[in-house]
Design a protein around this ligand. Structure first.
Ligand code: GLU
Length: 408
């Protein structure tokens, strides 16, 4: 289904003004379409939603069960239980070399919620927010909801889909308040190296720009250099909000535990909002998250290697298919596929007018669920997820190959 305002029939006269400005989440829409196909008993190769197929670690499940039996089922601190915030503080030091105390950490209902709190805490009416393209689908909508203006910064495959100070400078003015940097990037898989980050950090300091650093895929950066947070550069800690979650790292998407680390004043503002909206995230899920973050992290290495193996197979498979091309992603679990060759061509008697239509044909005629690039800011790309078991991924590749053909 194409994502546009025409999908929504909300009446301006009866509802708040923001309902006229926001687009629905395309990931959520695709998921509900796929669910309906599966209910009908149809075969679907799920390369759409970023939903890890690995199970939640046993030790995290056990903690949640214990929490229920121990009646740990009441309200907690709005910011999350202290042991969890201490564990996050420790993990930020251990994994990223970042120094944030437990009072600077807020545990929220998933990374998306932490991001929403951060955007609402920082954006003032009229502020402009730099969003590198391609971007994750909820960034612009959350910025619009907060009354600020998303300003898109295009990137190219030739530059690894990364922004540089030069690219940012073209879109920066006195109203620029914030940069949303997401790396490893969803959807492109781009990961910034230390030198690139140092340059971006210098730019943000010079122009007095805040950074929201969305690091939910940090555990899945594949190069030997690993992952570096922009908050670790001099003068950046005081102007950065780090966002992370247990969702992707530990295959805990449904538990809804994300968190932020930010200077005390920003954390307080985020907490203020959270105290009047969701209160604390689930007490039970917090206990599970605590165990996941605290326990041995060896499993992550195994999962990282499985993702690398799948990435290589998917990239090779995509590059074989007629009219598809992609870079090799350096992190996360998506391949960002240039499928612009197909625009204006005919497939199974249908003219492909857009990426939404190509995705629709792939789903209806080949049973392959993919995300059209539209919601990520591109009219030329599809996003394929490899957070699915190898046989399903290979089935999806074979079905795409059968529909689109091989390169000549
Ligand atoms: N971040 C995942 C994705 O992009 C989950 C979907 C969502 O939360 O929007 O597929």
């Amino acid at each position: 289904m194409a994502i546009s305002r025409s999908n929504i029939s909300l009446q301006p006269a009866r509802l708040a003004e923001w309902t006229q400005r926001l687009l629905p989440s395309p990931t959520a829409l695709l998921e509900s379409t796929v669910a309906s196909y599966l209910r009908e008993g149809r075969t679907v190769y799920r390369l759409g939603l970023g939903q890890p197929d690995f199970p939640t670690p046993e030790r995290a499940k056990d903690s949640a069960i214990r929490a229920i039996h121990d009646d740990f089922t009441g309200y907690t601190d709005t910011a999350g239980i202290l042991p969890l915030r201490q564990a996050i503080s420790h993990a930020l030091k251990r994994d990223m070399g970042l120094d944030y105390g437990p009072d600077e950490i807020v545990v929220s209902v998933g990374g998306k919620h932490a991001l929403f709190n951060a955007i609402c805490a920082l954006c003032r009416p009229g502020d402009e927010v730099l969003i590198p393209v391609p971007y994750w689908v909820s960034f612009p909508e959350q910025v619009k909801f907060a009354g600020a203006k998303p300003v898109f910064v295009p990137t190219e495959a030739s530059g690894g889909y990364k922004v540089s100070p030069e690219l940012l400078a073209k879109r920066t003015n006195e109203s620029t308040r914030l940069l949303i940097l997401n790396q490893p990037n969803n959807p492109s898989g781009a990961v910034y190296n230390k030198q690139e980050l140092a340059e971006l950090a210098a730019f943000c300091r010079e122009r007095d720009i805040w950074v929201i650093s969305d690091e939910v895929y940090a555990a899945y950066a594949f190069s030997s250099e690993g992952f570096t947070s922009i908050a670790s550069f001099p003068g950046m800690r005081e102007r950065t909000v780090v966002i992370n979650a247990v969702s992707k790292t530990y295959s805990m998407t449904g538990w809804r535990i994300g968190y932020s680390a930010a200077p005390a004043e920003v954390s307080e503002a985020m907490l203020l909002l959270q105290s009047h909206t969701t209160s604390n995230p689930s007490s039970i899920a917090q206990k599970a998250a605590l165990t996941a973050i605290e326990g041995p992290q060896d499993d992550l290495e195994t999962i990282r290697n499985r993702y690398i193996e799948r990435r290589d197979i998917l990239v090779e498979g995509v590059r074989r298919i007629r009219g598809l091309d992609c870079l090799k992603p350096e992190g996360a679990f998506y391949v960002w596929v240039d499928a612009s060759f197909w625009i204006g061509r005919t497939l199974n008697g249908r003219t492909v007018g857009s990426m939404d239509e190509l995705a629709d044909i792939l789903l209806k005629d080949a049973g392959v669920a993919v995300m059209p690039g539209t919601g990520f800011g591109s009219t030329r790309h599809l996003r394929l997820s490899y957070a699915v078991a190898l046989p399903e991924m290979q089935g999806g590749l074979a079905a795409m190959e059968a529909l689109l053909g091989l390169k000549g």
